[in-house]
Design a protein around this ligand. Structure first.
Ligand SMILES: Cc1cc2nc3c(=O)[nH]c(=O)nc-3n(C[C@H](O)[C@H](O)[C@H](O)COP(=O)(O)OP(=O)(O)OC[C@H]3O[C@@H](n4cnc5c(N)ncnc54)[C@H](O)[C@@H]3O)c2cc1C
Length: 493
């Protein structure tokens, strides 16, 4: 094995990146490997972006404990890592008298889980707080600790801060098996060769079952993806500001309507179990279900407010069959019993985003209890500085930035007001954004009404120039997603 590390983390979603950041505090050599071309390309980039209060998971579960503990960590995280987080609270809305008992049940569940400050409010108060709400609202559960976050920024920021503190990141690096010495894991096999380690952390999301099976761990455990479809709505048309959940159903938390940190409201998700871990397509039935769910909460929503749709896949553990739509098991966060040297994370579906910082802390605690020596680095730096966002600056700040670098004066994405200067800064950032989607995740370019039709040719050229490659090599999200096929003039007639 060419290189060896104290800890190798498999998977750079929000969980893997938060684990990397937490471990970067200590004198350890840590490597984070990710099979994709960027961090945060799995469930961490396609979810509802809610920091859940914690009234939803069943009391006594790890989900409940991680949710409530994780929720409390986001103010400090957002302050240190400089990403958008807005603790604006959330509402579960009962429509009609028959839904009211569900609020009492959630209130009691939240109390048992230790969620602070839950309050049941009347239908009148809900109508006052959110005027476009369904007039038949009969009451609501108000959780002031709920919030919304930019999940891409949080993931990228955690990874950048981990790298700043000495963690190494290897993108386009796919785990394929463990190197064993008896029952001890001594390394991982990847498409780039074997890498030695004392501990491996399985944070592979949808593929966590396959990773643990490679070590012979929990052979009975399977992840069944659960599709969640969404609509993105035009912020200039929709004046919903709050996070609005319906009362939960047997399928989960139901279809919410919510504002987002970058402005465009979203509606979703649906919940459908499926076989294919790579199928991120929308379905006609799903889109119809979304529409009915959205209009149940906000009847004035119209189809022509929809800008786009997207799909996220939940890593649901041990769903007993595809006909059973109900989520099955708790989070798995453990030191594997069957082998030595594996921290095993599985079934990290919702509220996995909320829980990620608490899961990371638990991983540190498990490693410590298992005997890994954790000595704090004296110079550990929790701060990740934010690169300037032109649209968020005052006129005078914008003028100053343009005077320093004229590329900040060239708007490339008109809908979201993203400049060439910001794009170039991301291409040369601590985790270089080398694809269109990597820039999109970091700047929100291409997410407005025109869906990138104005900016994408320009971004392809900027990427090609900055990376010193042909525009033909520029991809949307990695190999196989090239924008251009050939130069037009090279066509023979
Ligand atoms: C529809 C939907 C809505 C949700 N809404 C919310 C919400 O509002 N609030 C909330 O708290 N949670 C929510 N969640 C849950 C949350 O998004 C996830 O729990 C969280 O993102 C999981 O992070 P992760 O790092 O475990 O997984 P991922 O983000 O999927 O990361 C796993 C990573 O492992 C990599 N990987 C896989 N196999 C390999 C391999 N062999 N080698 C190397 N790398 C590999 C993948 O490429 C991926 O990048 C939602 C999830 C979905 C799908």
């Amino acid at each position: 094995m060419t290189e060896s590390f104290d800890v190798i983390i498999i998977g750079a979603g929000v969980v893997g990146c938060m684990v990397a950041r937490s471990l970067s505090r200590y004198r350890l050599s840590v490597l984070l490997i990710e099979r994709e071309a960027d961090v945060g390309m799995g469930a961490s980039s396609a979810n509802s972006a809610i920091i859940h209060a914690g009234y939803d998971p069943a009391p006594g579960t790890l989900k409940a404990a991680m949710n409530v503990a994780g929720n409390a960590m986001w103010d400090t995280l957002a302050g240190e890592l400089n990403f958008h987080f807005d603790r604006r609270g959330d509402f579960v809305v009962a429509v009609g008298l028959e839904e009211l008992p569900a609020l009492d049940r959630l209130f009691e569940q939240g109390r048992q889980n230790g969620v602070p400050g839950l309050r049941l409010i009347s239908g009148d108060e809900m109508r006052r707080r959110e005027p476009p709400i369904n007039p038949e609202v009969s009451g609501a559960l108000w959780a002031y600790t709920g919030g919304i976050v930019d999940p891409f920024a949080a993931t990228v920021a955690a990874a950048e801060n981990a790298l700043h503190n000495g963690v190494r990141l290897s993108l386009n690096t796919s785990f394929s098996g463990f190197v064993m010495d008896g029952r001890r894991i001594v390394g991982v096999k990847t498409n780039r060769g074997e890498l030695g380690c004392r501990w491996a952390v399985n944070a592979a999301g949808l593929y966590a079952d396959e990773v643990m099976h490679k070590a012979g761990v929990r052979p009975e455990f399977a992840i069944t993806p659960r599709r969640g479809e969404y609509f993105v709505l035009d912020r200039s048309e929709v004046n919903v500001n709050n996070v609005l959940f319906p009362v939960p159903t047997a399928k989960g938390k139901g279809i919410l309507v919510t504002g987002t940190t970058h402005g465009n409201p979203i509606v979703g998700p649906t919940s459908t179990s499926m076989y294919d871990k790579e199928d991120r397509s929308s379905t006609p039935e799903g889109l119809e279900e979304l529409w009915q769910g959205a209009r149940k909460l906000v009847p004035s929503l119209k189809y022509n407010y929809v800008i786009s749709s997207f799909v996220g896949l939940r890593a649901t553990g041990n769903a007993s069959s595809l006909s059973s739509q109900k989520p099955a098991v708790d989070f798995i966060i453990e030191v594997a019993h069957e082998v030595d040297g594996l921290i095993n994370l599985g079934g990290i579906e919702s509220p996995g985003l909320t829980s990620a910082p608490a899961i990371a802390q638990r991983v540190v605690d498990l490693l410590k209890d298992a005997g890994l020596e954790l000595v704090e680095k004296p110079g550990w730096d929790p701060i990740r500085p934010r690169r300037p966002r032109f649209s968020e600056l005052s006129r005078s700040e914008q003028a100053l930035l343009v005077a320093q670098d004229p590329r900040y004066g060239r708007i490339i994405c008109r809908c979201e007001m993203v400049t060439e200067g910001e794009i170039v800064a991301e291409i040369h950032g601590p985790i270089p954004a080398t694809t269109y989607d990597a820039i999109k995740r970091r700047t929100w370019l291409g997410t407005g009404r025109c869906l990138g039709s104005f900016d994408s040719p320009r971004v392809v050229n900027i990427l090609a120039e900055e990376l010193g490659v042909s525009p033909l090599q520029i991809t949307k999200k990695g190999p196989g997603s090239e924008f251009l096929v050939r130069e037009t003039k090279s066509l023979e007639v």
